[in-house]
Design a protein around this ligand. Structure first.
Ligand code: KG4
Ligand code: ZN
Length: 345
């Protein structure tokens, strides 16, 4: 059996986890920094880096404690090497390298996007190749996942990522940061028909996204309301209309993405959703229906493993350990690191 420690510090969660090659998560520690960033309405990179530095050692110690093992029991150490906020990535990579060097273990510099798209193999044993809808705060892509380190980008966003749009709409409506969960919650009591919002790129060829026009339309709808604080009903109706528009676009784009995926991978059988926005029940439901109509099974990790965590980083380490794909201790953290670049290393 092999055991890998994973460390995630690329955004505003400091996380450490221990996962084995039988898909058991022995420890899964996530410390968010929401309190540190709340006053700013978003993640402040400098504050994030300092916060990671303050708690990363304790997060790792806690994970080792929860797993009930010492460092000598590990077979490898994985840390997110990018893409992400560079100060935080440096903290995680340095920590991972130090543990690997001190205990003579292989080190894995994990691509954060790959960690998200490989998570359904940890939770559900999904076989390659599969189609992944990766929707998070920083990314919004369809990826043909053909193997570890083998990803083909089928579509991406021209402007905002889906999670970014949720966060901006949440901020506009006074729902605080992060907006995604709050918008989903508020939308539950809302009337999606009261406000008419656009469906950017619906009906167009390909499977790209664009969310900035939708976000602007929400702003205009807010501006047309009577001045003064928004009523709870206005907020709920706007959230419902926005979420419905995102769901409509996602369903349309998913149908095209499945056709593109099938052209390149005729034996693929699964659509997976990953990344923080995949925690959204309404969106999951819509995308699942599109997949089912086209004969694909649908897998999305439990919400806790959709948002940033270190179990997905440790799991990517497990996958790479099995293939003998470790990294040197000279690995340089990468603020930008597109998935397609992984094949080159
Ligand atoms: O994957 P993640 O934790 O971090 C990135 O890699 O970006 O994703 C965070 C994003 C945020 O934009 C957050 O608002 C969004 O995922 N999110 C949601 C939900 N939960 C988190 N968006 C919509 N509905 C949700 N329930
Ligand atoms: Zn993420």
């Amino acid at each position: 059996m092999s055991l890998v420690l994973g460390i995630e510090t690329s955004c505003d969660e400091t996380a450490a986890a221990v996962v084995d090659d039988r898909r058991a998560i022995l420890a899964d520690v996530v410390r968010d920094q929401l309190d540190a960033h709340r006053d700013y309405g978003g993640v402040v990179p400098e504050i994030a880096a300092r916060a990671h530095l303050e708690v990363v050692d304790r997060a790792v110690a806690q994970a080792m404690d929860d797993a009930g093992i010492g460092f000598d029991a590990l077979d490898g150490v994985a840390a997110t090497g990018g893409p992400g906020l560079i100060g935080g990535v440096i903290v995680g990579v340095m920590t991972g390298k130090a543990i690997a060097a001190a205990h003579d273990l292989p080190f894995f510099a994990v691509n954060h996007l790959e960690a998200h798209v490989l998570t359904p193999r940890l939770t559900d044993e999904v076989a390659f190749p599969y189609l992944a809808l990766l929707v998070s705060g920083g990314h919004c892509q369809f990826v043909a996942v053909e193997g570890v380190g083998r990803h083909r980008l089928l579509g991406t966003t021209a402007d905002d990522a889906a999670g970014e749009a949720f966060d901006k709409v949440g901020k506009m409506l006074g729902l605080g940061y992060p907006g995604g969960p709050a918008v989903e919650h508020a939308a539950k009591g809302g009337d999606a028909e009261r406000f008419t919002l656009p469906r950017p790129l619906r009906g167009r060829e390909g499977c790209d996204f664009s969310f900035s026009g939708l976000k602007t339309a929400v702003r205009h709808a807010v501006e047309r309301l009577p001045p003064g604080p928004l009523a709870a009903k206005d907020v709920a109706d706007l959230c419902a209309a926005f979420q419905e528009a995102v769901a409509d676009v996602m369903a349309d784009r998913t149908a095209n993405a499945i056709a593109l995926f099938r052209a390149g991978c005729p034996d693929g059988e699964t659509l997976v959703a990953a990344g923080g926005v995949a925690a959204n029940e309404a969106l999951r439901g819509r995308v699942e229906t599109v997949a089912a109509d086209r004969g694909l099974s649908f897998v999305a990790p439990p919400p806790r493993l959709c948002t940033d965590n270190a179990a997905m980083v440790a799991w990517t380490g497990v996958e790479r350990l099995a293939l003998g794909l470790s990294d040197g201790l000279d690995f340089a953290p990468r603020p930008r690191w597109p998935l397609e670049d992984l094949a080159a290393r």
